[in-house]
Design a protein around this ligand. Structure first.
Ligand SMILES: Cc1cc2nc3c(=O)[nH]c(=O)nc-3n(C[C@H](O)[C@H](O)[C@H](O)COP(=O)(O)O)c2cc1C
Length: 249
């Protein structure tokens, strides 16, 4: 099933339940092509992708990361920030490598490239009627174990995983921030920004209460602050340094 660009972008939602069916080879190839044509900083293509189809490995990842989409989706892609390939090339050609990944901007560049590549995959997969769900916990929960399992060399870290498969659920679309909260004109913000944030919190909380699956009384801001607290419990600085990143500032 092919969708229009409008359907692809505006009907996308994260899918966490999948049919146990393989993805058509033609769709997998289209996802690869879309990933390959992602724009990248300096055209340095500071990313790689591991396609994970081995069910035993997917189950191991589900267990470690605690996200069942690893197990139930037909395919998982691990999007990596990758400065290993340029290092290998520099060594082979006898060129001096300044080690960009040791700097903050190097980290940002690799992360942006890998994330844009993931978005290419999301759009490509959704345009073929497939469901997708990014899995950021693959980065945070157990970075050393995941790096070992996927045999990541120095200069490579897993930015985000993406589950892809045939959807067996179609959850309600989440209400997103309205235009006047999201888009500013010519400068940042508006005078009544706090009121608008609180109004969106109410919109989202009403959706939370009334949605067809997993209703909840939790407010949007309250929920997000909880996620931030959890995120702050992971020592990402050390995890990134262990991968060869951020050794300079
Ligand atoms: C970088 C990133 C990491 C994410 N990590 C997870 C995750 O680990 N588990 C999960 O179930 N959803 C994850 N999500 C999906 C978000 O929860 C989802 O995009 C958000 O709730 C908005 O819902 P929607 O995608 O249906 O519009 C992630 C999304 C992004 C962009």
């Amino acid at each position: 099933m092919k969708k229009t660009v409008e359907e692809t972008l505006l009907e996308r939602r994260s899918i966490r339940r999948y049919e146990r069916q393989p993805i058509a080879e033609e769709d997998l190839e289209f996802i690869r092509e879309a990933i390959r044509n992602t724009p990248t900083s300096y055209n340095g293509q500071q990313y790689s992708v591991i396609e994970i189809s081995d069910q035993a490995l997917k189950e191991q990842l589900a267990e470690i990361v605690g996200q069942k989409q690893f197990k139930t989706s037909a395919r998982v892609y691990a999007f990596l920030s990758d400065f290993n390939k340029i290092e290998l090339g520099a060594q082979a050609l006898g060129l001096d490598n300044p080690g960009f990944e040791t700097t903050t901007d190097g980290l940002i560049v690799g992360t942006v490239d890998a994330t844009l590549a993931m978005m290419s995959a999301i759009v490509a997969a959704n345009s073929r009627g497939l469901g997708t769900c990014p899995i950021g916990y693959a980065r945070t929960v157990a970075p050393a174990r995941i790096s070992e399992l996927l045999e990541l060399p120095r200069g490579v870290y897993l930015v985000c995983a993406l589950a892809v498969g045939i959807p067996s659920e179609m959850p309600d679309l989440k209400p997103k921030q309205p235009d006047d909260l999201l888009f500013f004109q010519n400068k940042y913000g508006t005078d009544d920004l706090a009121e608008k944030v609180v109004a969106y919190d109410k919109t989202f909380t009403d959706y939370h209460r009334n949605r067809s699956s997993n209703p909840s009384d939790k407010g949007w801001i309250e929920e997000i602050l909880g996620y931030y607290r959890e995120g702050m419990s992971y020592d990402m600085l050390q995890a990134l340094r262990d991968r060869g990143y951020l050794q300079k500032s």
